[in-house]
Design a protein around this ligand. Sequence first.
Ligand code: AMP
Ligand code: MG
Length: 506
Amino acid sequence: MTTALPAIAFDNSYARELEGLYAHVQASHVPAPRLLRFNQALAAELGLDLDGFDHATLAALFAGMQVPAGATPLAQAYAGHQFGGFSPQLGDGRALLLGEVIDVLGRRRDIALKGSGCTPFSRGGDGKAAVGPVLREYLVGEAMHALGVPTTRALAAVSTGEQVQREGLLPGAVLTRVAASHVRVGTFQYFAAHGEIDKLRRLADYVIARHDPQLLGSAEPYLGLLQAVAERQASLIARWMHLGFIHGVMNTDNMTISGETIDYGPCAFMEAYDPGAVFSSIDRQGRYTYSNQPQIARWNLARLAEALLPLMGSDVQRAIDQAMGVLDEFPARYEAHWLQGARAKLGLLEAQDGDLELAQDWLALLHSQAVDFTLAWRHLAAVAAQAEGAAPQGQVLPPNALQAMFVDANALNAWLARWQARLAGEAAQPPGQRAAAMRAVSPIYIPRNALVEEALSAASDHGNLKPFEDFLAVLSQPFVERPGLDRYAQPAPPEVTANYQTFCGT
Ligand code: AMP
Ligand code: MG
């Protein structure tokens, strides 16, 4: 036990290289910081040596009350299109970048606080966060990581001992967030909108050096950056879609340049498959509906392209044509990622014509019978296992679990026959291998909305962290079915899902 602060080997390139693009800020004092959760595994990955420190020290550190040596707390400037409307001045209104570390794999990672008090970008907000939304971001973000999705991570959650005013009074908290960087589409928009082209160029050069160093010295680095971001987003959104993840607030300030998912405010996971699923209470027009996510990503990339145009040479028409080229090919780029993911989920090793249709027809089947998306994929893996093992070749033998989810089993059987015929056309695999591969991409446990709410309300309303801890442990191995966890795999009753609403995590 020690009261000294941990030594953290910060190397703060954003502070050092991008002066004028942020504001120096200190975190607010909070009355009684208490550590709710600390992510030891992530700390180890970051190379942080926090082992000998007691909870009080870590709580003070992750509440921002004690600034470790080498930290340069700052609030980043950014703008953004929110639900389609442009806000030229957003910025870190309640977040502070403490600094960057180089992790054990040599990757530069931001360590930032969220909910640590007002900044010059707070725009009348209180700069705070509440326990519920902080734990929500912790839980869902860590679940996404375990699901293999690029995401910001949660290093710690601290309650502040303070009440924050929302619809009522709620216990306050601070999240410590780790990211490949916090640069967003909106960061570029800020400097483009303010006509600060020199800063825009410095930002772009910085981002290229940090995220796309292969572009350094290339003939068209800014076009290359747009392409690289488009590629990462195409891959990311395809992953979301294959998990039934609905981000809920894909504003341009919530789209990272790194390709990590950021901001788990009103996000939700779909249960019964429905392309029109939307849960956010503020998304009244359904802009960020599940099936709109790829188009919204393209729309956001168009905003990035606009912001980058001033850097893309004096021949404006040529620059526009080049940027349009990237945007026009985005749907195909996305489709390619999606189809690759769909093949894996269907247990297909080879690419054949008709695979897209096979996948789409499966989804249409799930939609028409309102079948739980996650369990349907999981039970399909069970069918593959059975077909590989006991079933005579070619015979359709869906185990009861899959059958039971469908009202009309005939439609299911017809599709299964097609799928099994398609599988039979591939080289044979050792028994069980295909099913194992399918299970490795189709989880049994996801952050089901009702269970998330249950865990958060226990923590926020009753100070009981046990349901949160238990759920976090379940979600840390989402692909591995374990005995005794059946309730975590079950969808909520349809009437619960029908009325489920999420709220912005403010
Ligand atoms: P978000 O909806 O969390 O992505 O935030 C959108 C913008 O609102 C960002 O500029 C945030 O910094 C700002 N913001 C959100 N909540 C607060 C708050 N409680 N206090 C100050 N700024 C906030
Ligand atoms: Mg945000």
